[in-house]
Design a protein around this ligand. Structure first.
Ligand code: AMP
Ligand code: ZN
Length: 490
């Protein structure tokens, strides 16, 4: 029997690898979600592939999870310190669309990428705009307990009241903390103090605005995550994830206000896990800077989304990765070879957990050994590179029985999520880019898409389906978004 290795995770709180033991029957997991004001770029998707690996590790170990990923559709200020304009409002003005349109459009874009990357759905995707009332109550409680002060620009959390402030960031002196926060806020006592409520100033009128004890305005971004996570996972829960940038500021502030709110002297959340960044050249890929490549750009250039997933999994989540064309090329080639080797083994057995996999390899010592390697790798702080190496071993190991080999491949993919049971070599062929179409071909496709929209408006589903089949034959995939249909070449 393969051993059930103790799951160990690197906890940013204390910066060490620790045993993970579930505190209750269901483990609560909160991942900071997207701010839906622009297309997610490739780096933005890394935290969700990482959280997905964590989900798969829990499933593998038979640990029940409730996963919450928030959608920030209000409150994320252009300056992460929580002052000034809202990112969504700036985007709405730039694109001359309503804030609601912007939020709906980019939320769809996020979900499209989540689906394309084969990421398991979260149990809840709360929208910040739906939780403003409890946010106001939370901030009012902090005010009542003496953790805040008022300024004309809003209600501020007084970080001097929290002796443990900044522990997660491991930057103990205020000087270091201040270095990260540059913008000036009149009257703020310490630069680390952050807005719980961003009030409208005289002459200012926000698009997204709520009435509150501190005047009309909008909640602060940090407040949102504390309130939504507690609302859906309970006051204390087990794990909180996000990109490593959150370790320095956003999560520091979430912890400060949540522990002040709870006041029970307990750590609010036990494990804080952070993925490293994806670098584009030497630069940080910043969504707000624009121009960073996204998944659709890769697809258009002929890369399968799973090649990007494989590229990410080829590095450990706590290692920085450099995004280069050569690296995705290599990932696509590896994926192609993997599929060529796995195809003759199909159908693969349905395996999601270590227990299922162990049952499937009973009587095959070579398969048991490989399964043990897989379990050791996922248990060691989610070592996806080692899982990939074991998958390669399984495809080369001559001592395996065919069923043992199938079981190990299925087990590896339960953890990797590459879709090895169904991906076809044809899926990985270089796709035609939209730019390769001539005007006539392009017009023909656009006419068909428009006819299909019309048929749908007239509720003529038969015709709409016929047109979709026609488009399918042309290799055109249509996705219906809240902004209307979007098409791309497969
Ligand atoms: P946002 O939608 O901007 O709130 O960011 C979504 C997530 O992406 C957050 O968890 C960020 O920490 C993370 N993130 C942003 N840029 C990168 C990057 N280049 N590499 C990895 N993660 C990133
Ligand atoms: Zn958050």
């Amino acid at each position: 029997m393969p051993t059930n290795h103790q799951l160990r995770l690197f906890n940013s709180l204390g910066r060490r690898t620790e045993d993970f033991t579930p505190a209750a029957a269901i483990t609560g997991l909160y991942s900071c979600g997207p701010t839906v004001y622009a297309f997610p770029h490739l780096g933005n998707m890394r935290p969700y592939v990482f959280a997905d690996t964590l989900r798969r590790a829990f499933r593998w170990k038979g640990i029940g999870v409730r996963h919450v990923v928030n959608i920030t559709d209000v409150g994320h200020a252009v300056a992460d310190t929580n002052t000034g304009e809202d990112k969504l409002e700036v985007a709405a003005a730039r694109e001359r669309r309503s804030v609601m349109d912007i939020a709906a459009f980019y939320t769809d874009a996020y979900f499209a990428d989540i689906a394309a990357l084969n990421i398991l759905s979260a149990d809840e995707y709360p929208r910040a705009s739906g939780y403003v009332e409890p946010m106001i109550e939370f901030a009012a409680q902090l005010e009542k307990d003496g953790f805040t002060y008022r300024l004309p620009s809003g209600l501020y959390f007084d970080t001097a009241k929290d002796p443990g402030y900044g522990e997660l960031a491991q930057m103990s002196t205020e000087g270091q903390l201040e270095a990260a926060r540059l913008e000036y806020v009149a009257g703020r006592r310490r630069k680390t103090d952050f807005a719980l409520w961003r009030a409208e100033e005289p002459g200012q009128r926000r698009v997204l605005r709520w009435d509150s004890p501190w005047g009309w305005g909008a909640p602060g971004w940090h407040l949102e995550c504390s309130v939504m996570s507690m609302a859906l996972l309970g006051e204390h829960f087990d794990l909180h994830t996000g990109g490593v940038d959150h370790r320095e500021l956003h999560h520091v502030n979430e912890i400060a206000q949540s522990q002040a709110y709870l006041g029970d002297g307990q750590p609010w959340v036990r494990y804080w896990l952070h993925n490293e960044f994806l670098q584009l050249g030497a630069e940080k890929m910043a969504k707000s800077a624009g121009g960073a490549p996204r998944l659709a750009d890769l697809s258009e250039a002929g890369y399968h989304p799973m090649a990007y997933r494989l590229f990410l999994l080829g590095g450990h989540y706590r290692s920085q990765l450099d995004f280069t064309t050569a690296a995705v090329d290599a990932a696509q080639a590896t994926l192609r070879r993997l599929i060529a080797r796995v195809q003759p083994l199909r159908p693969l057995p349905a395996v999601e957990t270590l227990a299922q996999a162990a049952a499937a390899v009973a009587g095959d010592p070579a398969a048991q050994r490989l399964l043990d390697d897989l379990d050791a790798a996922i248990a060691a702080d989610l070592s996806t590179p080692k899982i990939l190496a074991t998958l390669q071993d399984a495809l080369r190991e001559p001592a395996l029985t065919p069923d043992g080999q199938r079981a190990v491949v299925a087990a590896a993919d339960a953890l990797l999520g590459l879709g090895l049971a169904t991906l076809e070599p044809a899926d990985l062929e270089h796709r035609r880019a939209i730019g390769d179409l001539n005007t006539e071909e392009r017009r023909a496709i656009e006419d068909l898409v428009a006819d299909r929209t019309l048929a749908r408006q007239q509720r003529d589903w038969t015709r709409a389906d016929q047109i979709r089949a026609q488009l399918d034959e042309l290799g055109v995939q249509v996705t219906d978004t809240s902004q209307g249909p979007v098409w791309q070449l497969r």
